[in-house]
Design a protein around this ligand. Sequence first.
Ligand SMILES: O=C(CO)[C@@H](O)[C@H](O)[C@H](O)[C@H](O)COP(=O)(O)O
Ligand SMILES: [Zn+2]
Length: 197
Amino acid sequence: MKKAIRIICRNLERSIEAKKLLLENPDIQNEFSKSVDLVLNSYHQGGRIYIAGNGGSAADAQHLAAEFVSRLAKDRAPLAAEALTADSSILTAIGNDYGYDSVFSRQIRGKLTTHDVFLGITTSGNSPNIVKALQACKEKGIPSIVFTGHDGGEVRKWSDVCVIAPGELTSQIQEVHLVLEHTLCECVEAELFGFDL
Ligand SMILES: O=C(CO)[C@@H](O)[C@H](O)[C@H](O)[C@H](O)COP(=O)(O)O
Ligand SMILES: [Zn+2]
């Protein structure tokens, strides 16, 4: 029991430390602001946001898509958004027939237009299916954003906007990503629906 208390306090300190680094870094904040502009631009053109990630970041992709389509905090019209992680038939068919690295890139080729925007979430910045997804976006002229960590990894080379969350550990980076994701939705809905922030 005592051990659990020590660990929760340690983890809270770690989470606060990573978030504090973002609070003090205008370059990352500026890059984040570009991600809001890209998403707004897509909605203004009648497009939508498509989101993908692996593991905890797949859950984040679905969490964020749900908030766009349903709502974050205030009542408003639904916003079109889709997580590319949610259809087990599509994921298993592509995984089985073309390989796991292609699970997102093939959906991007099939579903997205240049009016849409893709958001990849990867703490390492090196998950091959996210790298391939960004390459597919480049090929098709689809705007792309990544929320990543560490030095930005491979995804940094292929994305239009790359927001690098501070933190040494995957969990810390994911906890910063969640703040970015909620803030992205909050900023987009405030702008589109005239909410005060
Ligand atoms: O949630 C966690 C760890 O907190 C894990 O499920 C984690 O998301 C998985 O290991 C992912 O495969 C990591 O992928 P990525 O963030 O490096 O792209
Ligand atoms: Zn996790």
